[in-house]
Design a protein around this ligand. Sequence first.
Ligand SMILES: Cc1ncc(COP(=O)(O)O)c(C=O)c1O
Length: 392
Amino acid sequence: MNQSVLNGLRADTPGVSNCIHLNNAGAGLMPLPVIDAVKEHIDLEAKIGGYEAANREEQRCDQVYDSVAKLIGAKPREIALCENATFAWQMAFYGLDLNAGDRILTARAEYAANYVAFLQRAAKIGCQIEIIPDQPDGSTDPDALERMLDERVKLIAITQIPTNGGLINPAEQIGKIANRHGITYLLDACQAVGQMPVDVEQLGCDFLSAAGRKFLRGPRGTGFLYVREKWLDILEPPIIDHFGAEWVSQDKYQLRPDARRYESWENSYALRLGLGAAVDYSLAVGLENISARAFGLAAALREELSGMPGVTPRDLGSEKCAIVTFTHEKLQASSIKQIMANEGINISASVPSSTRLDAERRNLPVVLRVSPHYYNTEDEIERFCQVLKHVA
Ligand SMILES: Cc1ncc(COP(=O)(O)O)c(C=O)c1O
């Protein structure tokens, strides 16, 4: 990405003039087309009425499905828009037919929201949750997974990029194994979408969930679910309303033919248009360009951190993404986060309970999480490192 392209992307991002934003794994800074899409629709609602605004913008609202589908190599009818990644994931998970004795295989760094849902279903129906062992680099081990398989394994559900570090799990290899053995594969791609190319055909997943606000740079309160077409003939969503299913006669409903059966009737059209604009923006920048630059900035940061006294890098994996985690021997994460905030630098912290299995196995305290994106600069990384060097 050359300097003039970068300058243009930063000029599109009002937030960069107020802060050094290194919390894209929390929520990315929205670019102008996203901000405008949301505001313009709110203005239109105020001017002509909410239902009327949705009618007028119907075509643009429909195009959001095309955009999301294009982003992940899916068909528009395989996309449901949701208010967050967790709800998208839950709609897939709770809709699966799991029974007593069934085995769910998951990864060590599975996200808390998903894991508590496993626990709830295990308690309710008597299915089992098992952890796929790691490879020496900390990523999920596909060979170990294959050795665990038997006819009782009904679901493989993993997170591609965990919330608590730079790890990229071998989601594609896992998909190949799942497909070879005919096992349902649910992928949490919440932190992957928008920071690297994600293609559902290559991944071989049956379901994929993602958020709009993180590396996609969409508005908060947006997300989506991908449902492989074949499941639309097999599964019902765990909950439905009269949008997902028409009430066709007094004792009968009929599900919509597409993945929008996982949606409900009322939603924010303004935020959806913002999500669509965010996806289009990412596609225009190019996901290969995005990952090359974001991963590069993160690698430069890791390099600096590795030589810094008192700092322990905490990222797992051989190939690492744009999430950088570390701890400091003298100061707690909350103190460093506050010091950075005082300097206008946004970073975040990841608590052990968000990825409890991984955190407890590695004996992790709260870790600091620094997540640059393609619109950040080398100077911003340098500034962060300078402040960190002087904290203790
Ligand atoms: C790996 C992972 N999965 C799921 C989620 C949940 O996303 P949301 O807050 O949009 O429900 C997060 C949020 O941080 C996450 O990091």
